[in-house]
Design a binder for this molecule. Structure first.
Ligand code: UVW
Length: 319
């Protein structure tokens, strides 16, 4: 099995768990179904100091935002500003009020975002068995809309893999698995309970923002790497959603085969696990390291883009 095999994923994931039909034939939110009122309560009761952290990265940055190869950064244009009023392009509103307006365009998957469950597929089939043809001209199934309507709210656990490994950030192509996550949790003194939302810090987005790492042609992120055991662990633990501070939530290639983005297939497409990518976790991680409290209340919802493949968001973590 290798990356040139068009059926590479089919073969790699033979025997991997799949949640299709588990929440009915019409389901479009997958493992978010695990987030019931109990999980909201558990998230709220894990709050101690009521400190809030926003996890969205800035977009439209003067230096140019880091985005996955093949995409380009968000573009920001001023439509109305004081100069426009002075030049006579705009007139003050009755009573004298003037205003600034702007226009932002960019990829749904640039910046901190949530992927729709139908964002990636193989074998012509999306999450829950929907045909890949339902993506044509806009997602008719498993778009970002149902996730935006539901919201992602529950008990979040920060797993600081970079600190655990004694590094400012994990290196290019550095990997870890579910056993490492559990060891990291033990080291931190926090419990990964069933239905926890995992926030996995690699330090990578911080390194990109400081220019210590760059997105280039041979881009290869650090992150979780696939195994059947890892997929089974996510399934057994009923993980509804996980966030990372990388652009795509997993190491870019499987080292043995060169197959790309395997967890988008094994976790998102097969299990319905929701991906929150490119989260800013450095400030939260510092606070957790200071007070040794690694859990809290995670709240997020993507922008509700009609038929969209994903949506920008700015999650809030309260601890
Ligand atoms: C890719 O598409 C590579 O990643 P994301 O999950 O951000 O969309």
């Amino acid at each position: 099995m290798n990356a040139t095999d068009p059926k590479g994923l089919t073969r790699l994931l033979a025997g991997a768990p799949r949640n299709w039909g588990r929440w009915g034939e019409a389901d479009e939110i997958g493992a978010l179904n695990y987030l019931t009122a109990e999980e909201v309560k558990s998230g709220m009761s894990s709050v101690r100091g009521h400190r809030t952290f926003t996890l969205g990265v800035p977009i439209g940055t003067p230096a140019g935002d880091a985005v996955f190869p093949g995409r380009w950064p968000a573009r920001h244009y001023m439509v109305a500003d004081k100069a426009g009023f002075e030049a006579g392009h705009w007139q003050a509103l009755p009573g004298g009020l003037e205003f600034a307006d702007d226009y932002v365009s960019g990829f749904a998957q640039a910046g901190t975002h949530c992927d729709a469950l139908g964002h990636m597929w193989f074998d012509d089939t999306l999450w829950n068995g929907y045909s890949a043809h339902t993506t044509n001209g806009g997602m008719k199934k498993a778009s970002i809309e149902p996730i935006a309507r539901r919201g992602i709210v529950g008990r979040g656990v920060l797993l600081d893999m970079a600190r655990f490994r004694g590094k400012p950030y994990l290196g290019r192509a550095e990997t870890f698995n579910h056993n490492d996550l559990m060891e990291c949790a033990r080291w931190q003194g926090v419990e990964i309970r069933p239905r926890s939302i995992l926030l996995i810090r690699t330090g990578w987005v911080g390194a990109l923002s400081r220019g210590e790492e760059k997105v280039g042609e041979d881009y290869w992120e650090p992150g979780l790497t696939f195994s059947l055991d890892l997929a089974r662990w996510f399934d057994d633990m009923q993980i509804p959603c996980y966030a990372t501070d990388t652009l795509a939530n997993e190491t870019t290639y499987e080292a043995d085969t060169g197959i790309m983005l395997v967890l988008h297939a094994a976790l998102m497409r097969n299990l319905g696990v929701v991906f929150n990518e490119m989260a800013w976790l450095d400030d939260l991680a510092q606070d957790c390291a200071d007070d040794r409290h690694f859990e809290g209340f995670y709240n997020a919802s993507p922008v509700c883009v009609c038929h969209g493949t994903g949506g920008a968001m700015n999650p809030i973590f309260i601890k």
